[in-house]
Design a protein around this ligand. Structure first.
Ligand SMILES: [Zn+2]
Length: 164
């Protein structure tokens, strides 16, 4: 299986505050959702979340508009991205506001390959039970209607990548 290239930005935070996640049975897709369709780095999100008093970036991965996948908090730790569901999920943040903008084709391909990698690593079936949009877990527009409309396509692509 082809592996997505992960960019480590060496985010600064106190790793001792993070807890190991015991169960992983879902992957949650998010967008940025800022008023503009922007492209924040994991470093910028890390600073923003620390500004809210959190240990570090709440997501495990950030996918930039050029398709680069940046590492957030370590994948094996409990995230801070889906209220009530952090103990059993991985959070992937796709940069942009997909209520108003469209994800780039590079973002879609990187997301599909990352999902293929993660589902394989964690032994999850690549389907819509295990890969969900944030809005399926609570009342939110996240990950934006334009990305959410592509969920079935993304899961199909992830299945393709997993077999490569
Ligand atoms: Zn979200």
């Amino acid at each position: 299986m082809e592996r997505v290239h992960l960019k480590d930005l060496h985010l600064t935070y106190d790793a001792g505050n993070l807890k190991t996640r015991g169960v992983t049975d879902q992957i949650v897709i998010h967008h940025t959702g800022n008023p503009t369709d922007d492209d924040m780095s994991a470093t910028e999100i890390n600073a923003s979340h620390q500004g809210q008093g959190w240990t570090c970036i709440g997501y495990h991965y950030v996918i930039r508009k050029d398709g680069m996948v940046e590492q957030g908090r370590p994948h094996w730790t409990i995230g801070a991205h889906a209220y009530g569901h952090n103990s059993h999920t991985i959070g992937i943040h796709v940069c942009g506001n997909f209520e108003i903008g469209e994800p780039t084709s590079e973002q879609i391909e990187s997301l599909a390959m990352l999902l293929a990698n993660l589902c394989t690593d964690y032994g999850l079936t690549i389907d819509r039970d295990h890969i969900v949009g944030h809005r399926e877990l609570m009342s939110t527009a996240c990950p934006g209607k334009n990305l959410y409309a592509m969920m079935d396509t993304i899961v199909g692509k992830a299945n393709f990548y997993a077999k490569q």
